[in-house]
Design a protein. Structure first.
Length: 260
């Protein structure tokens, strides 16, 4: 198997399902050697097995991105088993939709810990190692909620705006050492994440849960909801040599919903 990421070692956090799992599949189809990291080991194993079953190369690892030891151990093991890290995608994330005044310390901390501190810890682990070889590529998963504030999304928006600040800062700091750092800002993509929050979103808009996706569709200029493949294709482009002169960007993948 060969392709646009031929033999690159690529790490995807939160790779056990949803958008992360699709990025793993797409990268493997393009020849990458994929490390699927997830707090849910079984889910990560399933994705890695599926990739190996289609003649791709993948290993799975349990890793909680909020835990520095987990992250450093995973990075060490990946370099030991697969070779120098080339691409690291910070995709693991959590989302809670609730009125700001109901947001507890626990929900705030959990959101910021997984979405933003997790990316901080993983960027340190990845960049330290990338500096010791020929550079590399980091992709951080932000959101349209990283570009535009939204009611009932204060913690999530704060974390995803933060991701863009982190991305731009690292892009500048490490540009001269051959490390490119970009973010992706997806719109709505139906994944297991939505299974747990669709009722909260329906409550926010006074809709029935089954009306939520068509409500979103009616607001998207291109008239359709996003797919995990839409996001994975953007990640593939940013990870590939075709994006060699692109760093510090936050690429919208949202059917025209956000244009800045
Ligand atoms: N689905 C959307 O509509 C959408 C839109 C914009 C941005 N995003 C972002 O895309 C990313 C993926 O979202 P998704 O919809 O696929 O979500 P998902 O909930 O379906 O998958 C997230 C994965 O991250 C893993 N994870 C959670 N906490 C973790 C931790 N501490 N350490 C390691 N792994 C952990 C989960 O086990 C899960 O496998 C997230 O960062 C999310 O914020 C999603």
């Amino acid at each position: 198997m060969s392709g646009r990421l031929d033999k690159r070692v690529a790490v995807i956090t939160g790779g056990g399902r949803g958008i992360g799992a699709q990025i793993c599949r797409t990268f493997a189809e393009e020849g990458a050697v994929v490390a699927v990291l997830d707090i849910q080991q079984e889910a990560a194993e399933q994705v890695a097995e599926e990739i190996r079953g289609s003649a791709g190369q993948a290993i799975a690892m349990a890793c909680d991105v909020t835990n520095r030891d987990d992250v450093e151990q995973a990075a060490d093991q990946i370099e030991r088993e697969l070779g120098p890290l080339n691409v690291w995608v910070n995709n693991a994330g959590v989302s809670y939709i609730l009125p700001f005044l109901e947001c507890t310390d626990e929900i705030w901390d959990r959101t910021l810990n997984v979405n933003l501190k997790g990316a901080f810890l993983c960027c340190q682990a990845a960049i330290r190692r990338m500096l010791s070889h020929q550079g590399g590529v980091i992709i951080n998963m932000s959101s349209q909620s990283g570009k535009v504030g939204n009611s009932h999304y204060a913690a999530y928006c704060a974390s995803k705006f933060g991701i863009i600040g982190l991305t731009q800062s690292l892009a500048v700091e490490f540009a001269a050492q051959g490390i490119r750092v970009n973010a992706i800002c997806p719109g709505v993509v139906p994944t297991p994440m939505w299974d747990t929050q669709i009722e909260d979103y329906a409550r926010k808009r006074g809709l029935k849960p089954e009306e939520v996706m068509s409500y979103f569709e009616s607001k998207i200029p291109m008239g359709r909801i996003g797919t995990a493949k839409d996001v994975a294709h953007a990640a593939l482009f940013l990870a590939s040599d075709e994006a060699d002169y692109i760093t510090g960007q936050a690429l919208n993948v949202s059917g025209g919903s956000v244009m800045h």
